[in-house]
Design a protein around this ligand. Structure first.
Ligand SMILES: [Ca+2]
Ligand SMILES: [Ca+2]
Length: 315
């Protein structure tokens, strides 16, 4: 169990320490359509033989869905757990409430995907079985693409890893955190916090004036990537560029997108590739420039803001 050795060894929780209740999380490394798993107890069904608990699954290790409970007899028979709904998942969690002697143990745990289905690597948007710069390039072109856009359905929607109907800094971070040597997850801060604010020096602008929209981070904590949407009326505004102020080495993936329904939105998007300095504290980040196409009262508002840390926690 948990060492990828096929057979011949035994996993056991720490001796002399009451383990139950405890959670075991299996990372399948790819997304699979789950069929069932087999739990092989110790031959002697000694301490730690799993007896009772529940099973959950997840795509992102944060949002869990319960698949059911198990209650197994204490014998050496192979125990089978069926995923009735055959869900797609990367993570499986066994929440063990009862194990022999209050321990956990086992020989093997085999997970079966639905026969004939393909494993899918999160972020592998060009579907070549690996994560590299080609996936980043694809994501760069899809930044801000939404459910409802004509090219969203199909394989791009699979790239919407946090399933919010939008290709955003979270989805891109899944790839970006694996590039340039990746990040050291053990050192990555568990924090993620703060918010973004926009402001302009004044409210009313005449035709052809440049509107400078200052984007400020407030109380940022360990931010490794950020994005938001700024929907705008193209009769009134024309996007004219970004001036960077304080984004360290973040990659600028900002996209000025025309949606299939004719609406426009700017998607300011900044993502660290690999292990780079994080954004912390309260600071001006960048300035978005728009040209007023007529006399306007500035009325744009941030939507779909997402701040992501290196461990892919987001808010
Ligand atoms: Ca790929
Ligand atoms: Ca998304």
């Amino acid at each position: 169990m948990f060492d990828f050795a096929e057979t011949g060894d035994v996993w056991h929780t720490e001796y002399g320490a009451k383990a139950t209740p405890f959670d075991m999380i299996l990372d399948l490394k790819t997304i699979n359509q789950l069929d069932k798993f087999h739990y092989l107890p110790r031959q002697d069904v000694g301490n730690g033989t799993l007896l009772k608990g529940s099973v959950c699954y997840s795509l992102d290790k944060k949002h869990w869905t319960e698949a059911g409970k198990f209650e197994w007899k204490r014998n050496s028979d192979v125990k089978e757990f069926l995923f009735k709904d055959r869900p797609d998942a990367r993570y499986i969690k066994l929440s063990v409430t009862d194990g022999t002697g209050n321990y956990g143990s086992g020989r093997e745990l085999y997970v079966f995907k639905v026969p004939g289905t393909e494993s899918y690597l999160p972020g592998d948007i060009n579907n070549d079985g690996k994560i590299d710069n080609n996936d980043l390039t694809s994501y760069t072109n899809y930044t801000g693409l939404r459910k409802g856009d004509s090219d969203f359905e199909g394989y791009i929607s699979v790239g919407d890893i946090n399933k919010n109907g939008l290709i955003d800094a979270y989805d891109i971070s899944v790839v970006a955190t694996q590039l340039e040597g990746g990040i050291d997850e053990t050192n990555a801060s568990p924090e993620v916090g703060g918010k973004l604010e926009i402001s302009t020096p004044k409210r009313h602008y005449s035709k052809n004036e440049i509107i400078e929209v200052r984007v400020k981070g407030i109380d940022l904590k360990a931010i490794n990537a950020l994005s938001f949407a700024l929907p705008y009326d193209q009769q009134k505004y024309e996007f004219a560029g970004v001036q960077l102020i304080h984004l360290n080495e973040m990659e600028n993936l900002t996209y000025d997108r025309l949606h299939s329904n004719g609406n426009k939105a700017l998607y300011p998007t900044f993502v660290n590739l690999g292990n780079k300095a994080l954004l912390d504290g309260t600071t001006d980040l960048f300035i978005l420039k728009f040209k007023a196409k007529q006399n306007v009262t500035f009325d744009l508002q941030i939507k779909d803001e997402i701040l992501v840390n290196q461990r892919l926690d987001s808010k």
